[in-house]
Write a protein that binds this ligand. Structure first.
Ligand code: ADP
Ligand code: DP6
Ligand code: CO
Length: 319
């Protein structure tokens, strides 16, 4: 059999940063995200008795992929299948640039590989499986808004969809630098946990923020949603900066965009900035404000992209 699945990236409004169990990928805090329509990964998996090892191509180029093999081992263990697999993946999102390619990648792989191996996992079980590939992938199983509950253990740490909001949410992605990040999220978050004296404060504040975000979304209170979004990002980056060695993903243009967002808000424009493990800025806003924000950032020209809420992970083809 051959199975192709598509999953969209998601951007965290309330961040996931730090694992309390690195093997199982159990996070220190819950997180809340918005899945985006414009960025996604398509992955085709075929378990094949004739293969002598797993094969992986990314955007058409064969490469060694220990994370993919480790992930397929989980699928083999869950399904009882023993064959190796051919995996071909195409990212419609820059890889390792802080635009959550690992989220769409492992959500698509979880769906394609589990189906191809004969499993039909319910969304929560699929989310748990995706989590083992990359934490943020647990949330990309769903369209729109999702919450990943930190949980108590492997069984209880998974994402669920949040009710659809009536707000016309948009995320403007400002591509400051589409190049690969110098340090992976995985490596840096472990370093923040191990060395940043601000990390415990981040955990405390961020877990409260996840609950507050659920309430703000239910109340459709965009100002509160925006404030919580900006704070979670700022506190994550503060914890990163305070680690040892001191480090930041920010580039000069990251700060330039951030200042523009602050200035827009003083003029009454609903816009809030959030940054992930990379220099690119995502601006959370409402559809009517998009043209004003585009104009204020016209210096970035073709490097602005307006994304709307995207769909859940889906099987495109199984034959
Ligand atoms: P990002 O900000 O893009 O999520 P990460 O450092 O979290 O960056 O993850 C990037 C890593 O995810 C890559 O180095 C690669 O190991 C993995 N990855 C990205 N895209 C794919 C894909 N389509 N299939 C499998 N693994 C992928
Ligand atoms: C800053 O999910 O990429 O984007 O679990 O080690 O694969 P691993 O890390 P990853 O981390 C994402 C961090 C973030 C915030 C978020 O998406 O919640
Ligand atoms: Co990632």
């Amino acid at each position: 059999m051959t199975t192709t699945a598509r999953a969209h990236t998601n951007i965290a409004l309330i961040k996931y940063w730090g694992k309390r169990d690195a093997k199982l990928i159990l996070p220190y805090t819950s997180s809340v995200s918005l899945t985006l329509d414009d960025f996604y990964t398509d992955t085709t998996v075929s378990f094949n008795p004739e293969l002598g090892s797993d094969q992986f191509t990314l955007n058409g180029t064969a490469q060694a992929a220990p994370k993919v093999t480790a992930f397929l081992d989980l699928v083999r263990a869950q399904s009882g299948r023993r064959e190796f697999a051919q995996v071909a993946s195409v990212n419609h999102v820059p890889t390792a640039a802080g635009l959550a390619s690992s989220a769409s990648a492992f959500a698509a792989l979880a769906l394609a590989a589990s189906r191809d191996a004969g499993l039909r996992l319910a969304p929560a079980a699929l989310s748990r499986l995706a989590r083992r590939g990359s934490g943020s992938a647990a949330r990309s199983i769903y369209g729109g808004l999702a919450i990943w509950h930190r949980g108590e253990d492997d069984l209880t740490s998974f994402a669920e969809p949040l009710p659809k909001t009536t707000l016309p949410l948009r995320m403007i992605v400002v591509m400051v630098d589409a190049g690969q990040k110098p340090v992976s999220s995985r490596q840096l978050m472990a370093n923040t946990v191990a060395t940043s004296p601000y990390y415990p404060a981040f955990v405390k504040s961020n877990e409260q923020a996840a609950a507050a975000m659920v309430a703000a979304l239910a109340a459709a209170d965009f100002t509160r949603i925006g404030e919580l979004t900006e704070q979670s990002s700022a506190r994550m980056h503060a914890a990163i900066l305070a680690g040892s060695p001191a480090f930041t993903y920010f580039q000069p243009d990251t700060m330039a965009v951030w200042h523009t967002v602050q200035a827009l808000r003083q003029q009454g424009v609903p816009a809030y900035a959030t940054m992930d493990a990379g220099p690119n800025v995502k601006i959370l806003t409402l559809a009517p404000a998009v043209p004003t924000i585009q104009k204020a950032l016209s210096a970035f020209g073709g490097r602005l992209l307006v994304a709307a809420p995207g769909p859940a992970a889906q099987v495109l083809e199984a034959k």
